[in-house]
Each structure stands twice: as C-alpha cells, then as structure tokens.
Design a protein around this ligand. Sequence first.
Ligand SMILES: Cc1cn([C@H]2C[C@H](O)[C@@H](COP(=O)(O)OP(=O)(O)O[C@H]3O[C@H](C)C(=O)[C@H](O)[C@H]3O)O2)c(=O)[nH]c1=O
Length: 176
Amino acid sequence: MQVLTTAINEVKLIIPRVYEDERGYFFESWQQQRFADMIAPVTFVQDNQSLSKKGTLRGLHWQEEHPQDKLISVLSGAIFDVAVDIRPESPTYGKWVGETLSAENHRQLFIPKGFAHGFYVLSETAIVSYKCSDFYHPESERSIRWDDPNLAIEWPIKGPPLLSAKDALAAPFKVR
Ligand SMILES: Cc1cn([C@H]2C[C@H](O)[C@@H](COP(=O)(O)OP(=O)(O)O[C@H]3O[C@H](C)C(=O)[C@H](O)[C@H]3O)O2)c(=O)[nH]c1=O
C-alpha cells in the first residue's frame, strides 16, 4: 500500500497493492493494523454504499456533532472525489482537494473528521463504498453548495449536475 499526501496534509490518497493474475485481481481494501501504522488509528463503524448515474453530484456534506472519518472506495465506474477543509482554526480552512477514484485505478481517499465530502460521477454509473468512523446522525448533517464561489472547486463538470433536492438548497460556505 502506498500512502500519498495531497494538497491538504491530513487528506491521504491510498494506492493499494493489487495482485493480478489470469483470473483477475485481489487486494486488501482495508486492513486495520496497516491503516493504523500508515495513516491513523481509526475505528470504522459503518459502511455506506451508493449507486449514482453519470453527472450526479453528491455533497458537500459532513456531520457537525458526530464528525466522521471516511475511507472512500469506488467499486464500479469513476468519480471525482472532493474534500473541503472546514476546520475553523485550520491554516487550510476553505481549501479543497480533488482526486479521481475509480474501480480501475483502485485508488482510495482518506478524509478525516473536519472535512466536507462530495463527489461527481464521471462514468455511466458509479458505485461508491465508504467506511465511516461514526454512525449516521441525520440531525447532525450539514451541507455546503457544491459550486460556492468562495470554494471555487474545479469540478470536471459538463453541464448542470444531477443534485438531490437537499443539495440544490445547500447553504453557502462560511468565509472566515
Ligand atoms: C448518509 C446516510 C443516508 N441515509 C439515508 C437517508 C436518505 O433517506 C438516503 C439518502 O441519503 P442522502 O441523500 O443524504 O445520501 P447522499 O447525498 O449520498 O449523502 C452522502 O453524501 C456524501 C457524499 C457523504 O459523504 C455523506 O456520507 C452523505 O451525506 O439514505 C442513511 O440511512 N444512512 C446514512 O449514513
């Protein structure tokens, strides 16, 4: 497993060791001890999975009172995955990182607590599976507009994205 830093130090891009043979491939998508040794001693308690059509944008979301570390993986298709630093005291507050994760490149993104998360679907469909370090607390959910001008995220978007009603009405980013 290779762990690469991104433009925001705490957000890590993971390139797993993939074993390929004539049948296909095998890799350990998560291993607690190696993750603790190389990234952080995180206890994941919930796995989420979503399927989205091409052009879907889910996000930018986080849980305020029950913040979640997340390990994002793509089981099918490809997404542009984005993390936004929303930690009030952070020197990179309001900064974002984006990585293309796909079932083909097997890349994963570790997004710690204190970040908003969202992704845009590049393929016909994408199945995204992600591990969370706390349970779902809907009352604690917050969101920021995907296209907030103060974030200026460079989404690889062609045309208006497919949004949930909730995301279409998301709040603006709070500039410090
Ligand atoms: C997040 C979540 C949702 N749900 C239910 C609530 C809704 O009835 C339905 C769809 O939820 P929502 O539209 O909020 O799903 P997404 O827009 O994919 O939300 C996620 O999008 C971004 C990318 C994230 O990182 C968050 O994990 C999460 O906010 O699933 C649950 O039952 N458990 C959960 O943990």
